[in-house]
Every structure is written in structure tokens, then in C-alpha cells.
Design a protein around this ligand. Sequence first.
Ligand code: CAP
Ligand code: MG
Length: 416
Amino acid sequence: MTERYKELLVARYYVEHVKSVDVAAEEICDEESVGTWTDLRTTEGRPHVAKLRAEVLDKKVFADHEGYQSGEVTIGFQTETFDMEAGITSILSMLAGNLFGLGALRNIRWLDVDFPRSIAEYFPGPKFGVDGVRKIIGTDKGEFPGRPHVGTIVKPKMGLTAKEWAEVAYDAASGGVDFIKDDENLSNQPFCPIDERTVNVLEKLDLVKEETGRNVIHAVNVTATHDVMWRRIEEALDNGAKCLMIDVILTGYQELAQMARDPSVKVPIHVHRTMHAAFTRNPLHGISMLPIAKIVRMTGGDQLHIGSYGQGKMDTDLDLELKLKDALLNDMYEFKTVFPTASGGLYPAKIPNLVKYGGNNIILQAGGGIHGHPDGTRKGAMAMRQALDATLKGISLDEYAKEHIELAKALEKWGY
Ligand code: CAP
Ligand code: MG
């Protein structure tokens, strides 16, 4: 990275423009900094305005199709153009603003971003990160220090009462999971009030601690409108919650940043990305998950869903997910790391590949793949842990299943 790059907020876009990639780059700079669709003779040229123009740092032409040219452009935004008291909203209003709707751009996709230190330092970053979460759960030591975590989402996602929910959580925890989370759309429905759920689950997890010595944490989904969310956060923390969860695309990143900054929030924040695929999935248009992951890290998520390394039920892209893992775990100024979470359609047989790609810093999360076990949740959790143990010991699952009936039954039901 050159010195100049370090002073600018650098964003990379895929573009398809009716004229050319060159024109696309200039149009983005105009629309998102000091210009508009026409020249502004009286105002634009003033030196104090002109110096704020975004810069084209790089351009690549890929192809000429019928009626448009495709390529990639790298744009550098001047840091003075951002209102850092407004935080991430100011940044997104430019990097992900009107440019998506410009008519001459047939498609445009925000691929990546690099935040200069001068911008990054306005953000809190994760309070706990991978190391902090490990200390709470105790996986910084033990038979396999630094091993992957096994997590679950209680299923079915709707309908269980708070008491039933807590029973299922107990079964999963006593079977061996490290982490339990609310589903993204379970919050405070009348059939399962959030307070009652939180308190009942905490009691059950205390019991698991007494019985097994293991610390298991439950992420309480506090996602809601601002005031309601903050009331729920306070109540959850008063009740003793050890982890909170937020659907960050629904609330906006500023809510996450506020949670991460708030001194009363002394627990990790699990970040679910529901709705992301509305703009991340189309490979030609929208926003890649890569900028999202970097923003979640800056704004203070401790755990983030990044996909299943090609293994699960959700749309998945192994190359991208490896980059997401790096964005969460590699050095980024002084920010702590974020625990990458693999989820969606996972079950025991998927674990060897998940660990192959994700390494040890991965949360292996299974809802259906635990609660759908032929002998129920507890055995389902045991099967996940057995698959992980086998993987860490370098033993094939088939071999390990000979002595572990829970794993054998999971393999029989779901195969590979
Ligand atoms: C997984 C999950 C997660 C998805 C979200 C679900 O449940 O709870 O929300 O993983 O996708 O409802 O599908 P299962 P992503 O284990 O039963 O599939 O992690 O890609 O954001
Ligand atoms: Mg879910």
C-alpha cells in the first residue's frame, strides 16, 4: 500500500457502464464527492472544494459487451469529507450511496474497502474478540486449547415456550455445545418472552456448570427499534446475560457501535447478518460481504456469521469466505479479532472440511444438525463434539463412529 493510499478511504467497485470504465470512475467521484451530473462552473473549481474530490486510484477494463463496458475501479475518498461524529452513516452515504442508482451504471458492486487509521480510530472495535470469548468459555485451555467452538441455534425457531426453549438449551449444553443463540427472528414474542427465556436459560446453564464444570453462553437477541432495544439490553444484562445478539443489517451498524462503546455492555456481541443476501448475493451488483465484515469489526462485533466455507444450506462462496475469515482475524490496527461463525445447514459430517478451511478459530454452528438428531438434542450435540474431537485427533469420522454411537447415528441420518 502506498503512502497516498493510507491517507484516503479506499473502496473498490466492479462496474458495468454504458460508455466505459473510465467514465464510470469519474462519475462515481463526482456523484460521491464534490460534483454532480454536469460541471458546476461557479462552485466546483474553488480550491477548497476541488481538493475534496474523490480520486481514481486504479482502473481495470474486463470486457466490452453489447452496450456496456465492465471493469473494476478503485476510488480514494478524502477523509475530510466524512462527518465522523455521524460515524458509519456518513461513510456509507458516500461509499454506498447514490452510486448504486446511477442510470448509466448497469451494475455496480462494492467489493472491498480499506479504512485509513485516521478514520478507523473513531470506532470502538470488538471488546472481546476471539481471545476474550475463549477466556469466558474456557477454551483458551483444556485438552485442545484454542479449539473451534460448537454452537447451536435452538430450533424450531418459533413456537417453543421460554421453559421449553431453556430445556432444549440445557440438552444442547449438557451434550457439549459451547454457545447457544436465539434465532434471528426470535426476539420477544408473547409465546416466548425474552426475559423469561433469558432467566430460564441462565438457570439451566448454571446447572450445566455445576454438573460438568463447563461455561456455556447464550446470546440473547435484543434486535429491535432503538429505545426498545436499549431497554432489552439493560434488562438482559440485569438478568445476568453473558452474551447479546444483534441483527446488524436490520438495526444499522451504529447500534452495534453504540453497544460496543457502552461501558455497561460487558459481554460479547454476536452479530447475525440476516437480510444481507438481498444485496450481497448478486455477483454483479450490490455490496460484497467483505466491506460488511470490516465494518462489523470496526463497529465492535465479537462474533459474525460469514458463511459455511462451501458446506451448508445457504448460498456460499469458499474464496470469499476465506477472505472474510482473514478480514476478521488478520491484524487491523489495534482492533481485536472477530470470531468467524459458520452456520446454515451444518451437521457433524461437515466438520472436517469446516475445520480444514476455517482453522481453529471458527464457531461450528448447527440448528437442525443438532436438534434433528434421531435421538434428540443432547445426542445431537454429542455427535457434533465427537465429530470435532475426531477431526482434532486426525481420525476419520467413520473410524471414530465405530466407538461413538451418537456420531454413527448422525452419519447414518445425514451422510456426508
Ligand atoms: C441456521 C440459521 C442461521 C443461518 C443464517 C438458520 O440454522 O439459524 O440463521 O445460518 O445464514 O435459521 O438458517 P440451521 P448465515 O443450522 O438449522 O440451518 O449464517 O449464512 O448468515
Ligand atoms: Mg437462523
